[in-house]
Ligand binder design. Structure first.
Ligand code: XMP
Length: 491
């Protein structure tokens, strides 16, 4: 019944996830017994198969920490100076709790002219020099500032004096009990070395983390800190960036290109393996077996698959090159598996079914952009649009993003005219990834149970042996597979 993957994918069609459906297998285990432990690269294990994409509207320190706390990993984008990227990585690695508000600092003689000076944080901290490198004197809350009649008053006249703090090495339980026991609405977390504020723990963090379903094993490096990845390009000056990333403690580096089969990338992989053999390299992006073979031969420890499948991508329309994501994942994985190189299915994840499909077709992890954008942990602020709360999400090849460093991913070394390969948009507020990633992982476990696969590896074995059967879906079958014939419904 149905087709084996080998047969289905030799018919000349560029299939993507929605074109396909798996036929059910045999269940003799509970969904909770499904093991989603997996490999990101040859040497890095994760307890859930989720990777946050290196995009400037998806992964900075808060996302990286949340993903690592969940057992996945975030790859910090490089649409910034090398020093800035390194500082985001250091910040993420120094955190012990998945917090989301970067502390804002001001000096005692400053005034707060507008609510924008709070940068969405509920408090600003007053320090001697107005930055994070000096003694904490006090704090001003948004509500205190709002009550202030004369906004030209300098902050030292109405700030609340410096108060209870906790060490930044505190676990969530320790920080939470200090917050609750002392009935605080926020707790500055300070460095044990110099007493400087490094983080802000608020009642909102307490609620967000306490209400999250139980998390799996966090992703920790050999240093005991959260694992954090970083992306970079393949230009000569990226070697300097690489040095910063390695010094900042990046656990894995992703060579970020929309078409990875290039002399620039092959040479960069070799350089990295020669210079920093201890850091795993993820190469890509690739969609064909030929591309995959070349990057593996050069020394890649992981491969990132996808070209034009992302929700904000226009590469296939602009350049007429790419591949349907389902066949790309299958073909690349079949080559990579022979060398023990794990594959990341990058882009096109819109629901948990797509995650099941990417993994069952041979990937070991999925990389997500839009699925994580719009969450509390994504960079940027919420704004109201047409009555709903949204956050910005944009392609790294969009004109807006390419005004910074990311142009290298989509342009030649010396291109003079910028051609966009992505769009700028917005996505609805999704709440915290600490809540919906565990929910999605439970759905993925149920999908694996339906397939009769107890783990990602067992799904791969079923796929390769031909025991996993699948078919294409007609347009009518796709319609039938979604919600239909209702006047209205609730999700
Ligand atoms: P999703 O579907 O998760 O896709 O939103 C995220 C992935 O899309 C890729 N990406 C782009 N591709 N133009 C492209 O053609 C772009 O501007 C762009 N920005 C991101 C990238 O692989 C990401 O992980």
């Amino acid at each position: 019944d149905g087709f084996s993957a080998k047969r289905l994918f030799t018919q000349g069609f560029s299939y993507t996830y929605d074109d396909l459906i798996f036929l059910p297998g045999y269940i003799d285990f509970a969904a909770d017994e499904v093991n989603l432990t997996t490999k990101l690269t040859r040497n890095i294990e994760l307890s859930i198969p989720c990777v946050a994409s290196p995009m400037d509207t998806v992964t900075e320190s808060s996302m990286a920490v949340a993903m690592a706390a969940l057992g996945g990993i975030g790859i910090v984008h490089y649409n910034n100076k090398a020093e800035e990227q390194a500082s985001i990585i250091r910040n993420a690695k120094s955190r012990r709790i998945p917090l989301i508000t970067d502390p804002i600092f001001i000096s005692p003689t400053d005034t707060i002219d507008s609510v924008d000076d709070f940068y969405c944080s509920p408090y600003v901290f007053v320090t001697e020099s107005g930055n994070s490198n000096s003694k904490l004197l006090g704090a001003v809350g948004v509500s205190e500032w709002e009550r202030l009649l004369d906004k030209t008053t300098v902050v030292c006249e109405y700030m609340s004096e410096s108060r209870i703090t906790a060490p930044s090495s505190y676990t969530f339980e320790q920080a939470a009990s200090a917050l609750v026991a002392k009935k605080l609405d926020y707790l500055p977390l300070v460095s044990e070395e110099d007493g400087h504020v490094v983080d802000l723990f608020t009642t909102a963090d307490y609620e967000r983390i306490r209400n999250a379903p139980e998390l799996g094993l966090p992703s920790l490096g050999a240093d005991g800190e959260f694992m954090v990845g970083a992306a970079m390009g393949t230009r000569e000056d990226d070697k300097r960036r690489l040095e910063h990333l390695v010094k900042a403690g990046a656990n894995v580096v992703v060579l970020d290109s929309s078409q990875g089969h290039s002399i620039y990338q092959l040479e960069m992989i070799k350089y990295m393996k020669r210079t920093y053999p201890e850091v795993d390299v993820i190469a890509g992006n690739v969609v064909t077996m030929n591309q995959a073979r070349a990057l593996i031969e050069a020394g890649a420890d992981g491969l990132r698959v996808g070209m034009g499948s992302g929700s904000i991508c226009t590469t296939q329309e602009v350049c007429a090159v790419g591949r349907g994501q389902a066949i790309a994942v299958y073909k690349v994985s079949s080559v990579a598996a022979q060398s023990g190189v794990p594959v990341i299915a990058d882009g096109g994840i819109g629901n948990s079914g797509h995650i099941v499909k990417g993994l069952a077709l041979g990937a070991s992890t999925v990389m997500m952009g839009s699925f994580l954008a719009g969450s509390n942990e994504a960079p940027g602020r919420y704004v109201s649009q047409g009555g709903i709360c949204v956050k910005k999400y944009r392609g790294m090849g969009s004109l807006e993003a390419m005004t910074k460093e990311s142009a290298a991913r989509y342009l030649g070394e010396k291109a003079k005219i910028k051609v966009a390969q992505g769009v700028e948009g917005s996505v609805a507020d999704k709440g915290s990834v600490l809540k919906y990633i565990p929910y999605s992982m439970q759905a993925v476990k149920q999908g694996f149970q339906d397939l009769g696969a107890t783990s990602i590896q067992s799904a791969h074995n079923l796929l390769r042996s031909g025991a996993l059967r699948l078919e294409t879906r007609t347009a009518a079958a796709q319609r039938e597979g979604g919600v239909h014939d209702l006047v209205s419904y609730k999700k």
